[in-house]
Design a protein around this ligand. Sequence first.
Ligand code: ZN
Length: 221
Amino acid sequence: MSGSVTVIAYHGIGTPPRSLDPGEGEYWVTTDAFLRTLDLVAGRADVRLTFDDGNASDAEIATPALAQRGLVGEFFLCAARLGAPHFLSASAARDVRAAGMTIGSHGMRHRPWRGLRGAELHEEIVDAKRLLEEAVGAPVTHAACPFGSYGRVCLSALRRAGFARVYTTDPGRADPSAWLQRRETFRAGDDPRIVLSWLDGAPPLLERATRAAKETVKRWR
Ligand SMILES: [Zn+2]
């Protein structure tokens, strides 16, 4: 895709400070692996860096590492987790933003958006956006779908709520001006050099086979 970007999705970084949800361990990466990916993509204009779930490692590890390299990241927080142990507080979210990063919505309670209707959908899309905006004191215009789960109804709700960009976890390169954008997920055990294959387009067959095997593990995202 000409003029496309690679959007990388990270989750927790470092040693998990809490007991993880089922399947979540697949998405926590070591600090060393994370830093190596940053060094591989630093200076590339066709890469975006995103962080889901609002873990405390966003502020403790990711933000300083990005700032040191002159990079920016987009952090997607769950509104109901603000201030919960081992997640970002409102104050920490403001600090992340003050360091030049952006804060986006990962919904209210970290549940799959596909299939939600009515009050449950409204809470995830509209109420979460408002709470996050109140917490950081700025508009929240980007969203990332929890578990990569989305459907026609939730996308319509996101449009009505005024979101300007929505990220999935469907792999592949993204059109930087598109409303709905794909992301590549960096996972536990991934060789940091995998990001180079994302930059150049489709991964080599061997890596695809490895990743396909990993798909049998229950998905988190
Ligand atoms: Zn998530």
